[in-house]
Ligand binder design. Structure first.
Ligand SMILES: [Mg+2]
Length: 221
């Protein structure tokens, strides 16, 4: 450990650490089928990933009762199939190990609920590499508000330094929390969309993250 103060890196989960899009889209579509509602097209659903579940559902059904029914069905169905194809992106496990060895505290800040996010990181064997998994639970404003990032950093007892994510909402949340931002293009939003938010680093994957963030205390690797 090279830093005197504890410092943290905050990661988005879906599309950043794990390639989870097909299972999310599949479970979301299944939730419509389970309610005998017209099933949205895969592409339409994929474009909404990262938004809160209720917002996603509201794009396809109008009334509150149906939105609630779709969300309930999703939360029931998703854990039954959330590791069907979902895996950490290539190299993620090694990068997380390197960052921990460099002295960083590692936290996740996701729009998923905490209980669901923990179940998923447990199932993918990522939990031992993370100091805390923070979800967006009832009453917590979702990203781009900085609240979930601050909760994540507080839970690991560290000063947050960087936000790592795959969508513009991650970058906006990171900036709102006063963090530097590292955007990866292997997730939901493409290069052009992410570049428009002017992240400190824009990369195809996480391989360059340890060098970009250096070591706690401001040292550059
Ligand atoms: Mg994401």
């Amino acid at each position: 450990m090279s830093g005197v103060r504890r410092e943290a890196l905050v990661f988005d989960l879906d599309g950043t650490l794990i390639d989870s899009l097909p299972d999310i889209v599949g479970a979301f579509r299944d939730a419509f089928a389970a309610n005998e509602l017209p099933v949205p097209a895969e592409g339409e659903v994929a474009a909404l990933i990262g938004a809160p579940l209720e917002e996603m559902a509201a794009r396809f059904v109008a009334d509150e009762a149906r939105i609630a029914a779709v969300c309930d069905a999703y939360r029931r169905i998703y854990p039954t199939r959330f590791t069907r194809s979902t895996r950490p992106f290539p190299g993620v496990v090694e990068v997380l190990r390197t960052l921990r060895a460099d002295g960083w505290r590692l936290a996740v800040a996701t729009t998923k609920r905490t209980s669901m996010a923990v179940r998923l990181t447990d199932a993918l064997d990522l939990s031992p590499l993370l100091d805390h998994v923070q979800g967006t639970d009832a009453g917590v404003p979702h990203k781009p508000a900085p609240d979930v990032l601050r909760l994540a950093a507080a839970a690991v007892g560290a000063e947050p330094r960087w936000m790592v994510g795959d969508t513009v909402t991650d970058l906006q949340a990171g900036r709102a929390a006063g963090l530097r931002t590292f955007a990866v293009t292997w997730g939901t939003h493409d290069v052009a969309r992410l570049a428009g938010e002017r992240p400190d680093v824009l990369a195809a994957d996480l391989d360059g993250l340890p060098a970009a963030v250096g070591t706690p205390g401001g040292g550059k690797a």
